[in-house]
Design a protein around this ligand. Structure first.
Ligand code: PMP
Length: 355
């Protein structure tokens, strides 16, 4: 830290992203990326792009892409906000809607408390129940900006729209943000509630099911007034937040939506096969509706499994939070990648005398 840093950031504990290693080739199961490439239509859109266009700024309104997403989700362009990855929306949302404080479950996406601290938002964490299910009652009527990942990360568990409605109904004076980064892998989307709840903001990303993490594209769906609030913050920080290439590729991905829906189905099938094999090896985990499993095993500390897998060329996510020490979060890759992961895991269990 330099002596020039504003003192208000001195104690800020920044978010730690998953490793993006360059030392060797790993079977990379640590950041919930898709193992499949973007759709052929996205590839075609990229190859047809004239580099000369990069001379020009991107459309700050992102009109063409908003219209496509509005069509896909059955709403209007003024219900859509575009961002440089969905993390940017979370950042704006904490900035915009945190005046009365925030509330979110624990454990959840570890970026939420960072955004809260960054913007001086007082936050309360509601522990998940012992089986990792959401304590819906305690999230009702808090009078605070409510942030909910559905499915939750890192557990993978989702709640139904009945629970989301309950939270929305109980908190009409506050925004309820539903972070649906992983919704395409089996959960119910709250997008269909847009139009019924002026306090609902649904946040989605191209990073997971749409195989475009590197393009950095997120979007939010909500009441036009909430979208206008986010636009106000965007135009006060970075009006061209989504670059030209990404706007174009994002639109091509909507045109080929069937492709990502099919990929999500493949990932779900691979997840269930992997879950079955892990269960046979004595692992336990919540019934994931996301593209990852949050696993633990008796007599095998999470850190040991993480390190040993890494030494064998398989990268999974281990969290520094001591309450998560027993666990690892394993992204679902291709069948072949999961085969390698299972083979190496079995070998480690044998080495440890656990099989
Ligand atoms: N929400 C959750 C729950 C996530 O796990 C992630 C991925 N780290 C994000 C949002 C942000 O994803 P992105 O910025 O790539 O859209």
């Amino acid at each position: 830290m330099s002596r020039f840093l504003h003192p208000k950031y001195a104690a800020l504990e920044a978010y730690t992203p998953g490793e993006q290693p360059r030392d060797r080739r790993y079977v990379k199961l640590n950041t919930n990326e898709s193992p499949y490439p973007p759709s052929p239509e996205v590839t075609a859109a990229l190859s047809q792009t004239d580099v000369e266009e990069l001379r020009l700024y991107s459309d700050p309104e992102g009109k063409a892409l908003k219209e496509k997403l509005a069509w896909y989700y059955g709403c209007r362009a003024e219900n859509v906000f575009l961002s440089n990855g969905s993390d940017e929306i979370l950042n704006f949302a904490f900035m915009a809607f945190g005046a009365a404080g925030a509330v979110f479950p624990k454990p959840t996406y570890s970026f939420y408390p960072v955004f809260a601290q960054l913007h001086g938002v007082d936050y309360r964490e509601i522990p998940l129940k012992a089986d990792f299910s959401l304590d819906v009652e305690r999230l009702c009527g808090t009078g605070r900006f409510t942030v909910l990942a559905n499915p939750n990360a890192p557990t993978g568990l989702a709640v139904g729209l009945d629970s989301i409605r309950k939270i929305l109904d109980s908190n009409p004076e506050q925004v309820v943000l539903v972070d649906e980064a992983y919704v395409d892998f089996g959960a119910e989307s709250a997008a269909e509630l847009i139009g019924q709840y002026p306090n609902l903001l649904v946040v989605m990303t191209y990073s997971k099911s749409r195989s475009m993490a590197g393009a950095r594209l997120g979007f939010a769906l909500g009441d036009p007034a909430l979208i206008a609030d986010l636009e106000r913050l965007k135009y006060s920080t970075n009006p061209y937040n989504v670059n030209r290439l990404t706007l174009k590729l994002g639109a091509a991905a909507v045109d080929s939506a069937l492709y990502f829906v099919e990929n999500a189905k493949r990932i779900i099938a691979t997840r269930e096969r992997t879950a079955g094999a892990l269960r046979e090896m004595g692992f336990t985990f919540p019934a994931s509706q996301a593209n990852f499993l949050f696993l633990s095993r008796k007599n095998l500390p999470g850190e040991v499994l993480y390190q040993k897998l890494k030494a064998r060329g398989v990268l999974v996510r281990h969290f520094s939070d001591p309450s998560l020490a027993d666990y690892n979060r394993v992204s679902i890759g291709t069948d072949e990648e999961m085969g390698i992961f299972l083979r190496e895991t079995r070998a480690i269990l044998e080495e440890e005398g656990l099989l």
